[in-house]
Design a protein around this ligand. Structure first.
Ligand code: ADP
Ligand code: TZD
Ligand code: MG
Length: 575
């Protein structure tokens, strides 16, 4: 029991929530105080929990989501009612979309008043609003049900396909007193919250047979594979099978990006040419062109390519979501890949040399071209010359965490900055959402204790920029690198009528470094790769909160980075 309740014969909602979380090894809370959770957060801290307090709930929520992805335990975010809840809800929905386990716990106003819509302080029927946006939503009305509420929230967040869970705790609940022994007995330590899910042997055999018959097999690793923490089994499957693989952005580093079998530098070639594609914790959504169209060697956008698909996933309803899946292997990735490793047996035939040779040829060509581009030193810096510095920094410190958001800043970094270790890259994910930067950076620092490099477009950074105060307050080893090109995609747009600024451009020559200085961190302007490297090395070696304002050629970007084609036709013509 919590220290405060020791020696008392009653306990209350405040302490039962703390005890229930601690009983389930949840030691960190990401939060923003206010009625009715202020005292709760004080008590949690007094009880030894780590309470990281933010400036906006969305970033507390994003931090909880990233913590969930990194640890396989639900990250927990606490907010106040109505507006605080809504601010946190974007993060909860984003976590659910990304299959990250998190629990958003919001205080709520008095039920009787909310339900009669009598206008309570911050009145809102939060449970009803959260429900369609997350995996599960619960409300606890009685102190003796807190144990069940937390247990159900944990199970719902991490079992099967992970996701976000909403837990509604009305203000009155926190102050409810019950007998201490009743309270103690009501708590539940969740046993095996994410049970292994073994694949059916016949599904494994079907997949293995399909791979055996393939002339041009390809493995695609997604962030589900990174989440699963089955790193050794996945590496051994890839290496034993000899099959080339592509990592999705957050699966980079699961195998080191300089691995001989990585086909990342020949991405368009392998997607269009492969005959059997095995998806491991990756969905055939927009990020993979829905498995259709020219990307996959089909003719039009509705035409499937020539591929047959194997899909390894924990969700049985994911298969056939976009194109036919010939061999679904349903189970947790660790169990599925272990079963496939066994089923491969001895004497596995590696893929034909024509296939791997053709990939190697294209890869070499593209990598040589990339090396030439990276060697250039234009003035002002462009995305390549600045990202080359980040690339080298991660090569030197492969244990560092990389957070990445923006349009061009994201797309170029994804292909230029190699990752060498699993779960080191956190980015905009399935939605391509801006604003994850500082929340993810805080969680990366808190959960891993490693240096964090957050590479953010100047627009992207703006969504969460005030959290640099949070970074300074907790003295976190975070170096934010703002890629400052004076705007969204580019800094060159002008209003054709003159007068007010165009919608995509910002104040020119903005001094973002001063934001970090304002709170006692280091703020540095970098106009050259040398200056960027010096400031970054210093930040990583000292661990001092730092913001580097990296000045990027305002003409260098393209509209929407690499996804120009998703714009409606008018914008497409312009780009
Ligand atoms: P990416 O964006 O990297 O392609 P997605 O988010 O689209 O990845 O896909 C992740 C997939 O991984 C989801 O379909 C999810 O069900 C699956 N997944 C998550 N965790 C596991 C796990 N432990 N075992 C199996 N599949 C998982
Ligand atoms: N709002 C939210 C929450 N997510 C979004 N993805 C967008 C708006 C739209 N958007 C993008 O898709 S990228 C982007 C926006 C506003 C910013 C791009 O500008 P940047 O990056 O400065 O971050 P580059 O390097 O200038 O391209
Ligand atoms: Mg920009």
């Amino acid at each position: 029991m919590s220290t405060e309740t020791q020696g008392r014969d009653t306990t209350d909602g405040f302490h039962l929530v703390i005890d229930a979380l601690k009983l389930n090894d949840i030691q960190t809370i990401y939060a923003l105080p206010g009625i009715p959770i202020t005292d709760f957060l004080r008590m949690a801290q007094a009880d030894g929990m780590k309470v990281i307090s933010f400036r906006h709930e969305q970033h507390a929520g994003n931090a909880a989501a990233a913590a969930g992805f990194l640890t396989q335990k639900p990250g927990v975010c606490f907010t106040v009612s109505a507006p605080g809840f809504l601010n946190g809800l974007t993060a909860l929905a984003n976590a659910t979309t990304n299959c990250f386990p998190m629990i958003l716990i919001s205080g709520s106003s008095e039920r009787e008043i909310v339900d009669l819509q009598q206008g309570d302080y911050e009145e809102m029927d939060q449970l009803a609003i959260a429900k369609p946006l997350c995996k599960a939503a619960f409300r606890v009305l009685h102190a003796e049900d807190i144990g069940v509420g937390i247990a159900r929230a944990i199970r719902a967040a991490v079992s099967g396909r992970p996701g976000g869970v909403y837990l509604d705790l009305p203000a009155k609940l926190f102050a409810q007193e019950i007998a201490a022994d009743v309270g103690r007995k009501s708590l539940i330590k969740v046993v095996d919250p994410a049970p292994r899910q073994l694949p059916a042997p016949e599904s494994v055999q079907r997949a293995i047979d399909m791979l055996k018959g393939a002339k041009k097999p390809l493995v695609i690793l997604g962030k589900g594979a990174a989440y699963a923490q089955a790193d050794a089994a996945i590496r051994s499957f890839v290496e034993k099978s000899g099959i080339p693989y592509l990592p999705m952005s957050m699966a980079k580093g699961l195998l080191p990006d300089n691995h001989a079998q990585s086909a990342a530098a020949a991405r368009s070639y392998v997607l269009a040419e492969a005959d059997v594609v095995m998806l491991v914790g990756a969905r055939l959504n927009w990020l993979l062109s829905h498995g259709k169209g020219k990307t996959w060697g089909g003719s039009g956008s509705k035409d499937p390519g020539r591929q047959q698909f194997i899909q390894v996933d924990i969700s049985p309803t994911e298969a056939d979501s976009n194109v036919a899946i010939a061999a679904p292997v349903i189970g947790d990735i660790g169990s599925c890949i272990a079963a496939m490793n066994d089923a491969m047996g001895a004497g596995w035939q590696k893929p034909p040399a024509e296939w791997t040779g053709a990939i190697a040829e294209r890869k070499d060509k593209n990598l040589t071209k990339m090396a030439e581009t990276l060697a250039k030193n234009p003035s002002p810096m462009n995305f390549h010359s600045a990202l080359n510095v980040i690339r080298n920094a991660i090569k030197e410190r492969p244990d560092a965490m990389l957070v990445n958001e923006g349009a061009n800043t994201l797309d170029f970094a994804r292909s230029i900055v190699d990752m060498y270790e699993p779960r080191k890259r956190l980015d905009v994910g399935t939605w391509g959402i801006m604003g994850i930067g500082m929340g993810f950076a805080v969680a990366a620092a808190v959960e891993t204790g490693k240096p964090v490099i957050a590479v953010c477009g100047d627009s992207a950074f703006g969504f969460s920029g005030m959290e640099v105060e949070t970074i300074c307050r907790y003295n976190l080893p975070v170096c934010v690198v703002v890629f400052n090109n004076n705007g969204i995609y580019k800094g060159t747009d002008v209003n054709p009528r003159g007068g007010e600024a165009a919608p995509t451009v910002f104040v020119k020559d903005a001094k973002y470094e001063m934001l970090m200085q304002a709170f006692g961190g280091a703020g540095v302007r970098a106009d050259t790769p040398e200056q960027l490297k010096k400031a970054l090395d210093e930040a990583v070696s000292t661990g001092r909160p730092t913001l580097i304002n990296a000045i990027i050629d305002e003409t260098a970007g393209t509209e929407s980075g690499r996804i120009t084609s998703l714009n409606p036709a008018a914008a497409k013509k312009k780009a």
